[in-house]
Design a protein around this ligand. Structure first.
Ligand code: EPU
Length: 415
């Protein structure tokens, strides 16, 4: 198994290019099920999760190829309408094929994802929404069995905004009969990007990225040519990397409009952020300042950046209080950061971080994608060598992270 060896502290300096967004690319790839013909998707990051989504489509009978950040898919010839347990358990986002399969083929058999490291993560809202649209849904043998003649547009209210739930139902509604209104829908930029891709296929969608999305179903869709937006979480992770090392890094290809909450919080910690035609530039202070935060659905502070901010707060001057409100168990990084000398206590969904002057390198373990990113950040600032085991987690969501960090002066090796 690969490991990272990181020796710090090193001030990062230079420019980093941000890849396409993982969480936008995955639903957009699933959306190709909605229409036969050759889809072309550009800006797709070279990640394990993208490969898994490709394998899933191939398993169902689609043609899938990936080269130079471009995915080519023809899902016109599907002969299996199933997402098997072996694939779903390695990537929960596999559940995104449910809506498109049901809308276009009238049937789907999708393994229930089960819990994961960061929480129980049920999909009840995906299922009840599809049922409201007329699907027959049963659960047995660990699988969701769904069928429908043609889905029917209706009004659906999400008890809690769900990103993939909104995406699943938005895709399903594009081919449904009549109008579907999704209320209290998730507003993440990835939803807007998916809506853009669907619109380019001929779907009629209004309000994506706002709380209420209205979709008027059409009979057929056509293949898309689409470019995926830049990954806001990767960009934000590199902004923290600059800040935590007292460095000076410009992030190219990033979209500051997707990062407002993160940028405001970074500024509170004393990191200077500016933007010009070259990208977003972060200049770190000698030592960051403590700051409190609470994760919330977009446009609130993203849960996908909570772990990385906690690494930053670990070395800040003062005490920070971090509340995680989206997932019930997203503090797996705390034990690893503590091994590096961080002073963090957790009570329920609240972590209190008393900043220490220096972290120290240690052997640690990656436990989930964003937790791994937080450990990498801590290691960049820590004194001495940190060895991070199980980095396959980080390969799921960060494209060539070690090459990118090395290009701005980090001492990081994959062995
Ligand atoms: N929820 C329900 N019922 C549902 C669906 C969700 O109760 O049917 C709850 C969840 O348990 C959670 C909350 O709603 O408490 C929000 O979860 P959401 O459904 O929005 O999460 P998701 O769609 O499974 C996506 C991202 C995650 C990101 C979350 C929150 C993708 C592929 N995944 O997950 O990304 O953390 O939204 O922003 O888009 C990551 O990239 O590291 C990652 C975990």
């Amino acid at each position: 198994m690969d490991k990272f060896f990181i020796t710090g502290p090193k001030r990062l300096k230079g420019k980093i290019w941000v890849s396409g967004s993982k969480n936008a690319a995955l639903p957009i790839i699933a959306a190709t099920i909605l229409s036969p013909g050759n889809h072309l998707i550009h800006g797709v990051p070279d990640l394990m999760d993208v490969k898994t989504m490709g394998r899933l489509l191939e398993y169902m009978g689609a043609e899938f190829s990936y080269e130079n950040s471009t995915v080519n898919i023809d899902a016109g010839c599907l002969n299996r309408f199933e997402a098997p347990y072996e694939l779903v358990r390695t990537m929960r986002a596999s559940v995104l094929v449910l809506g498109p399969l049901l809308a276009r083929h009238g049937r789907a058999r999708v393994s229930l994802p089960g819990g994961c490291a960061i929480g129980a993560r049920p999909i009840n809202l995906h299922l009840s929404g599809l049922e409201k649209m007329g699907a027959r849904i049963t659960l047995h043998g660990g699988y969701v069995h769904a069928s429908a003649k043609r889905l029917k547009g209706t009004d659906i209210y999400f008890d809690t905004p769900t990103v993939t739930g909104t995406e699943n139902l938005m895709m399903a509604a594009t081919l449904a009969e009549g109008i579907t209104r999704l209320e209290n829908a998730a507003c993440e930029p990835e939803i807007r990007d998916l809506a853009g891709a669907l619109t380019s296929m001929g779907a009629l969608i209004n309000g994506a990225g706002e709380g209420v999305i209205e979709i008027e179903g059409v009979r057929d869709l056509t293949p898309m040519v689409h470019k995926v937006i830049a990954d806001r979480i990767e960009a934000a992770t590199f902004l923290v990397a600059a800040g935590i090392t007292g460095g000076d890094v410009t992030i190219r290809n990033a979209r500051s409009e997707d990062l407002e909450a993160v940028i405001i919080k970074l500024r509170e910690t004393g990191i200077s952020i500016s933007e010009d035609e070259n990208g977003i530039r972060a200049t770190g202070p000698e030592r960051p300042l403590a700051c409190d935060l609470r994760t919330l659905p977009y446009p609130g502070f993203p849960t996908d950046m909570q772990a990385q901010f906690m690494a930053l707060m670990s070395v800040a001057a003062g005490t920070s209080v971090i509340r995680e409100t989206i997932f019930e168990n997203r503090f797996m990084h705390v034990a690893e950061l503590r091994r590096m000398g961080a002073d963090i206590t957790v009570e329920g969904s609240t972590a209190t971080v008393k900043g220490v002057k220096n972290l120290k390198g240690a052997p640690v373990m990656a436990t989930d994608l964003r937790a791994s990113a937080s450990i990498v950040l801590a290691a960049l600032a820590a004194e001495g060598e940190t060895v991070i085991d199980r980095i396959y987690h980080i390969d799921r969501g960060y494209e060539r992270i070690e090459a990118k960090l090395r290009s701005v002066g980090a001492d990081i090796k994959r062995i």
